[in-house]
Ligand binder design. Structure first.
Ligand code: CA
Ligand code: CA
Length: 200
């Protein structure tokens, strides 16, 4: 039926009412297109990390979150890259994939080289399982020192399984530990220290 009407109109293109109809079609299409063009939002979070590089000046970092497509639970860049840019441009920027921003904080100087390590816990679309990542500035480059599987810090849960991030990092001579959430074979969850030794 629709095809019949369409071919009928094609046969009478010279007709004014039809050209009018075409114009309004174009107009409404234009309107639809402009309505569907979304404004891309790249949220930026600002965090002060105290003094990271030992120059006695607190260091500020801008956390550039990826732009997301909420309905699809995906990111426009496909890898959900979160980028960290320091206000002090002598500190290099770095990025972490599979992260919608997250918590970035000072982890203290874990290896006693005068520069503080930092930890990053990514945000994600779903789930309260995440990773605690330790980054260290070595030869002007941020490198990963280790990662542990944890649950998000959720104070209302009032359980050790939701221990705050900073308290999960334990400094020792020559190594550090991350308290991970681990399931044993009986399905019981507990905190287990995961050791990371410093390369010497
Ligand atoms: Ca500093
Ligand atoms: Ca250090």
């Amino acid at each position: 039926m629709a095809i019949g009407i369409s071919s009928c109109q094609t046969e009478t293109t010279a007709d004014k009412p039809i050209s009018f109809t075409l114009d309004s079609l174009v107009d409404s299409t234009a309107l639809m297109v402009s309505d569907s063009v979304e404004v891309l939002i790249y949220p930026i979070d600002t965090v002060v990390l105290q003094d990271i590089n030992g120059d006695k000046i607190n260091d500020t970092v801008f956390i550039n979150e990826p732009s997301i497509i909420e309905a699809e639970l995906t990111c426009r860049d496909e890898v959900c890259n979160t980028k960290f840019v320091f206000a002090n441009s002598t500190i290099p920027s770095f990025s972490h994939e599979q992260a919608l921003g997250g918590v970035l904080a000072n982890a203290g100087d874990l290896d006693d080289d005068g520069i503080c390590e930092i930890y990053f816990v990514p945000d994600w679309f779903t789930s309260n399982w995440t990773g605690l990542n330790i980054y260290s500035l070595k030869q002007n480059k941020w490198i990963s020192l280790g990662q542990g599987s944890i649950r998000r810090d959720t104070p209302e849960m009032e359980s050790d399984l939701y221990t705050p991030y900073g308290k999960r990092i334990l400094k020792h001579k020559g190594y550090f530990e991350i308290l991970e959430n681990v399931m044993d074979e009986d399905g019981n969850e507990k905190l287990v220290p995961k050791k990371f030794y410093f390369n010497k």
